[in-house]
Design a protein around this ligand. Structure first.
Ligand code: ZN
Length: 185
């Protein structure tokens, strides 16, 4: 899951798609300790630091395997990685935030792109399934905000937990592997 090809691919995406200027050293690493700002364990987290001497932006995406259900689907894992790639992009261009948090910026600008990327990797995904995956990682921070409510409305979701219309209805099933594509190893 974590290898040099993936690193090269992501670095190319950042440099070619987003026209990132500085040299980027992007690393994927496993961690057993990453937590959210609230201290809760998280499945993935992207951190960055700028090395002014070598003019290199060091970006590290940590993956915490004990926070993935062993049966988690490929769709869920892909949605986590794509989400982290957007964080990596923002670290290369922090001025784009213009006062927003990273997640608020992602919600405003990249949910449609994440939905499209997921559907290109997994053509059988419905737009609502892909949107559930794209929004799943944002609810903890943004639930209740007007922008999040707008996104829910746009994709036909509600905040009615447990109902079929909940934005988490599909993402939680992909997370636990009751729907989606199983990893072959
Ligand atoms: Zn995030």
């Amino acid at each position: 899951m974590i290898n040099n090809n993936l690193q090269n691919m992501v670095t190319n995406i950042l440099q070619n798609t987003f026209g990132v200027g500085p040299k980027i050293n992007l690393t994927f690493a496993e961690s057993t300790t990453i937590v959210s700002s609230r201290g809760e364990p998280v499945p993935a987290q992207t951190q960055s630091s700028y090395d002014a001497i070598n003019k290199t932006l060091n970006i590290t995406t940590y993956i915490r395997l004990d926070q993935f259900n062993p049966a988690a689907s490929q769709e869920y894992k892909a949605s986590i990685l794509i989400h982290e790639i957007v964080h990596a992009y923002i670290f290369t261009n922090p001025s784009v935030l213009n006062g927003l948090t990273q997640h608020a910026y992602l919600l405003q600008n990249y949910v449609g792109g994440i939905v499209g990327a997921l559907q290109s990797f997994f053509p059988s995904l419905s737009t609502q399934e892909a949107a559930s995956l794209a929004l799943g990682g944002l609810g903890r921070d943004l639930l209740g905000s007007p922008a999040f409510n707008d996104a829910l409305t746009k994709y036909g979701f509600t905040t009615d937990v447990g109902s079929r219309s909940s934005y988490q209805f599909f993402s939680s099933q992909f997370e636990y592997g009751t729907i989606g594509t199983q990893c072959s190893n």
